[in-house]
Write a protein that binds this ligand. Structure first.
Ligand SMILES: Nc1nc2c(ncn2[C@@H]2O[C@H](COP(=O)(O)OP(=O)(O)OP(=O)(O)O)[C@@H](O)[C@H]2O)c(=O)[nH]1
Ligand SMILES: [Mg+2]
Length: 198
């Protein structure tokens, strides 16, 4: 897996237009601005492979990146639950994501990104429980860990585990990451490798 040679393949506005390919894929999902595109860049050692922005709602399409040599695809998804988009646009993105995750056969693993700086959010908990119900393999990546002191990071991630654990047992794998420092990179790539090889 030559992760640092990953290149952009295509963008799709809907499931029906996603590439016809026999390669396996893993997807990155989470609320707008949680750091999906930044994490994809960190994992692939590329600064601007996936477009990032401090303004939420940057990613609006299903973006495909290919890991050579024909190893598999990384998929950057639009964020869910961005309140400042119109109701119609929010619903459009929700159905795009729901359809892609429910029906995409090549999808082997979903990384749910959770902002380590904030308390547990209902929309994230609901999303993870929905994945569990669907039987889609998934794990949690806490993002932006560089922005917190160790104690606060521990407290927030513990709280998330406890809250999710009230409905979900045993908990999915969770990795603490930072796109800025690269922490969590090797653990995340190990999950990518295993999922794409499956
Ligand atoms: N300090 C720090 N900032 C981060 C990290 N990850 C993302 N950011 C910042 O958070 C903002 C949003 O990052 P994106 O990667 O564009 O987030 P996204 O989830 O792709 O957002 P949408 O495409 O809008 O859904 C940017 O300003 C990033 O620089 C991180 O690990 N550490
Ligand atoms: Mg993005």
């Amino acid at each position: 897996m030559q992760i640092s040679q990953t290149s952009f393949l295509t963008s799709s506005p809907e499931l029906a237009a996603c590439p016809e390919s026999s390669l396996n894929e893993v997807a990155f999902i989470g609320r707008s601005n949680v750091g999906k595109s930044s994490l994809l860049n960190m994992l692939t050692n590329r600064k601007e492979l996936a477009k990032t922005s401090s303004r939420p709602g940057k990613t609006e399409l299903i973006n495909y990146f290919t890991i050579p040599p024909k190893f598999g695809h990384l998929v950057d998804l639009p964020g869910y639950g961005y309140a400042r988009k119109s109701k119609e646009r929010r619903e459009m993105f929700a159905s795009l994501i729901t359809e892609y995750i429910s029906d995409r056969e090549q999808l082997k693993h979903v990384f749910v990104l959770i902002d380590s700086m904030i308390p547990p959010q209902q929309i994230d908990l609901d999303f993870i429980l929905w994945l569990a119900d669907l039987g889609r393999p998934h794990s949690v990546l806490f993002t932006k860990s560089d922005r917190l002191k160790k104690g606060a990071l521990q407290k927030n991630t513990d709280r998330f585990r406890e809250t999710l654990g009230e409905h979900y047992n045993p908990l999915p794998q969770m990795v603490i990451t930072s796109s800025k420092t690269g922490s969590g990179k090797s653990e995340t790539l190990a999950i990518v490798r295993e999922a794409l090889n499956s």
